[in-house]
Design a protein around this ligand. Structure first.
Ligand code: FAD
Ligand code: MLT
Ligand code: ZN
Length: 463
């Protein structure tokens, strides 16, 4: 028998697609963390803004919590529904609505995948530059809600830079049209920016107008093997000074082991502790000479041990797979993830402290690092050893995260660089934000969502 609240919802919205089968509840109730047991009330799949608004009004009336849901590729539990919430999936609102050649903008519904946005932009000879490995399944709405970063931040910045306007259903059901794609709009508070990174706690993004840019110039991709951790930032400084970087990503030998076991091709013989994949503009043939000269210099300095430069698109793709494929290769192990950042200038000293901490606290546990080192963003993935119970493993990781948060605080860093706080990191928010800021965040939430129905339990320890 249908829950009385759901019966009322279907009475108000007879055409609403509503799922309640156990398989659907499980599928839509979790994200890539897979740490919590999904237990949503139901899944609503609105097909229009009007339906989304009506759902939010119904939720206010019946005090039902809503979990806004995109592609559920999130890595911090933001889209998890484990407490009888209604999952509001944007999956059916996935169309391109408009392309404006003069404004160079693309208007889309929030459920569209990042890949589909890339394809649409390319179809108009332009680029939407935010990019990362989940592109095929994550949604623009989710990207906006987490202010997603990815592998091109060093050149193009985060999602925040690419949002010209938003349509958002606020927590009271009101539709807000934010910034209307204006370049200049100095007329008070910019709620568009407030929505970006708000993790579904202030409003439901239903449409977005995205800025597009020129396609990137021709580029070259290089893989470098490094002898030690200190070399990382030396090589970064050298390459950034001599080349126009599009990406500068690193990973360790542990990450390499997993990605190779998952089907990627080895590109450098021998074993080295650190690797870098870098991509840079190659507008003419002199660039290759500059890159090789930089490589030679790094070799003389003892900062690199080996390297390879892709000679074809297929080779470039194969080199990128060594970095892009890491998350998927680790996924079966359900790693405990930290996603931290410091200013670029603080990376060397932070890395030293962090490595000492991890070696001390995880003596018999495999820890895999990789990330967007050129942005000061590091991903730490801790793998549960066979024989260690999940609960004990998480307890140990939480203890280390507390210490890591204190280290980050000393270095002026962030406990969440790009994945969001969600459920995973809410206990550590205060290592990155002051008590005064957190109090204001609560206040802002109350204004946009007076009854606290949007994603309660996420971002904050208590609502
Ligand atoms: P979901 O997981 O569905 O939701 C994420 C959060 O957004 C939740 O709090 C949810 O409630 C909220 N939300 C979703 N849609 C809406 C909406 N329409 N309105 C309001 N709130 C909404 N992230 C990076 O930043 N950089 C990376 O390089 C990166 N690489 C990844 C690689 C892989 C293989 C995977 C699996 C994930 C990666 N991620 C990365 C994490 C993830 O893909 C991003 O956080 C992404 O932005 C989430 O989008 P989604 O649609 O899957 O969101
Ligand atoms: C990445 O950079 O690959 C992503 O942020 C995913 C991850 O951290 O696992
Ligand atoms: Zn990342």
């Amino acid at each position: 028998m249908l829950d009385a609240r759901l019966a009322e919802l279907t009475r108000c919205l007879p055409d609403l697609r509503l799922l309640t089968a156990p398989g659907d509840l499980e599928h839509y109730g979790r994200d890539w963390t897979r740490r919590w047991t999904p237990a949503p009330l139901a899944i609503a799949l609105p097909a229009s803004i009007a339906e989304a608004q009506a759902i939010v009004r119904w939720a206010n009336e019946h005090r039902v919590a809503i979990v806004p849901s995109g592609g559920r590729t999130g890595l911090s539990g933001g889209a998890v529904a484990a407490n009888g919430e209604l999952v509001l999936s944007l999956e059916r609102m996935n169309r391109v609505l408009d392309f404006n050649a003069i404004d160079r903008t693309l208007s889309v519904q929030a459920g569209i995948s990042l890949q589909a946005v890339h394809d649409a932009a390319r179809g108009h000879g332009l680029l939407y530059p935010v990019d990362f490995a989940a592109r095929g399944s994550c949604s623009i709405g989710g990207n906006i809600a987490t202010n997603a970063g990815g592998i091109r931040v060093i050149r193009y910045g985060n999602t925040r830079e690419w949002i010209a306007g938003l349509k958002v259903v606020a927590g009271n059901g009101e539709l807000l049209e934010l910034n209307r794609a204006l370049i200049k709009n100095s007329s008070g508070y910019d709620f568009r920016q407030l929505m970006i990174g708000s993790e579904g706690t202030l409003g439901i993004v239903v449409e977005a107008t995205l800025k597009l840019t020129d396609p990137p110039p021709p580029s070259q991709v290089m893989l470098l093997a490094l002898p030690d951790m200190d070399a990382l930032m030396h090589v970064f400084a050298l390459f950034r000074a001599r080349l126009a970087l599009q990406a500068f990503e690193f990973f360790t030998d542990h990450a390499l082991k997993h990605v190779l076991a998952h089907g990627a091709q080895r590109a450098i013989d021998g074993d080295y502790p650190y690797y870098v994949v870098t991509e840079f503009d190659a507008t003419d043939e002199r660039v290759q000479e500059v890159a090789l000269a930089a490589f030679e210099h790094a070799l003389e300095q003892g900062w690199v041990s080996d390297g390879v430069i892709a000679q074809s698109e297929a080779q470039a793709t194969a080199l990128w797979r060594l970095r892009d494929g890491i998350t998927e290769s680790l996924a079966p192990r359900r790693p405990y993830k930290n996603d931290v950042s410091v200013r670029i200038s603080a990376v060397p000293s932070f890395l030293h402290e962090m490595r000492a901490l991890l070696m001390r606290e995880y003596p018999h546990i495999e820890v895999v690092w990789f990330g967007h080192i050129g942005d000061g963003n590091l991903h730490i993935n801790v793998l549960r050893p066979d024989g260690l119970a999940e609960e004990d493993f998480i307890t140990q990781c939480e203890h280390v995260t507390k210490l890591l948060a204190a280290t980050l605080q000393r270095h002026g860093g962030s406990i969440s660089a790009e994945h969001g706080i969600g459920l995973v990191k809410r206990a550590y928010l205060e290592s990155t934000r002051s008590a005064a800021e957190i109090a204001l965040m609560h206040g802002v939430r109350k204004v946009f969502d007076p009854n606290g129905i949007l994603n309660p339990g996420k971002l904050f320890v208590s609502d």
